[in-house]
Design a protein around this ligand. Sequence first.
Ligand code: NAP
Length: 339
Amino acid sequence: MIIEKKKSLKEYTTFKIGGPARFFCIVTNKDELIEAINFSKKSKLPFFILGKGSNILVSDDGFPGIAIKMEMKGITYMEDGNTVKVTVASGEDWDTLVKETVEKGFYGLENLSYIPGTVGASPVQNIGAYGSEVKDMIETVHVLDVLKDEYLDLSNEVCKFSYRNSIFKKDPRRYVVLSVTFILNKKGKLNYEYKDLKEYFTYKKIKEPNLEQVRDAIIEIRKKKLPDLRDCGSAGSFFKNVIVSATKAKELTTKYPEMIVHPLNDKKVKIPVAWILDNLCGFRGVKKGNVGTYKNQALVIINLGNATSAEVIALAQKMVDGVYEKTGIEIEPEVEYVI
Ligand code: NAP
């Protein structure tokens, strides 16, 4: 394995922003991973795990340690009655996996279609979309525990998944995901209750869509809402949606009766941040220097050309302040800062 010096990270991110990593390597198997981690330990430099770079913002100064790009590959299927166990190496492309499982007629991952990134990144922020979260399909996450120098098979429960969160997100330097085992089904129930999906099928006059049609619908909807990465850089939704108390939601809907809210239970309510940014703060389709927000989705910050991470952070801070001023809510980035 080659450890390169001063490697620009810009091209390894979908934002197309960022300075060089002091060291950089690509790992394709466990031995190479151990070699890279040992290099980091011996040289007392931090490491960070890079997948497809679709959810990160790299500092203009770059990263002072070793960036480890995961390219371990391999997918195995084990069928047992109606269930299918799929074990997938962390470097596999997420959407290629979803496509393959849908084509095989296996239910479970379809609502998570067209999310950019690697399989290894999927449990980290417990990716979710259209009423489905990856935690619902994960059986085991196979990891290297960097602290204890041992391989572990972490059960779903141990991963402490919650909304866009897990132990991997809370403690990013502790575990490296090697592969993930998902449980899928040969017979399943499709969920197309989300507004955008329902409207799509009503418009297409499809009463009972099948697995492939749900995937196709999601791809079409997401393509409209997200910028084409060939036109401009972006890391998708820049901020997490927020969950507030029912009392806070009542206060907000009294002030802004048209506000969209999604009650989760008696006590908690989810609020789409895009709605606030767009309708209360006027942040959809804005431009500031080399950065802006996407014309179809205020939650998405875009690189209009040669943007710097400093410009992105400055715009993001304005958005945080704008939302706070209007609602008293402190929104948090979903995108990870690599500094
Ligand atoms: P959207 O469908 O307009 O929804 C915006 C927000 O409202 C999301 O927080 C969504 O919750 C919530 N919501 C909408 N309908 C709901 C319902 N029937 N019940 C409960 N909550 C509801 O969002 P979008 O920006 O176009 O994104 C489409 C989907 O992709 C969303 O599910 C979004 O969360 C997901 N997404 C995921 C990631 C990620 O995993 N990193 C990144 C970008 C977008 P949920 O978030 O629980 O769906």
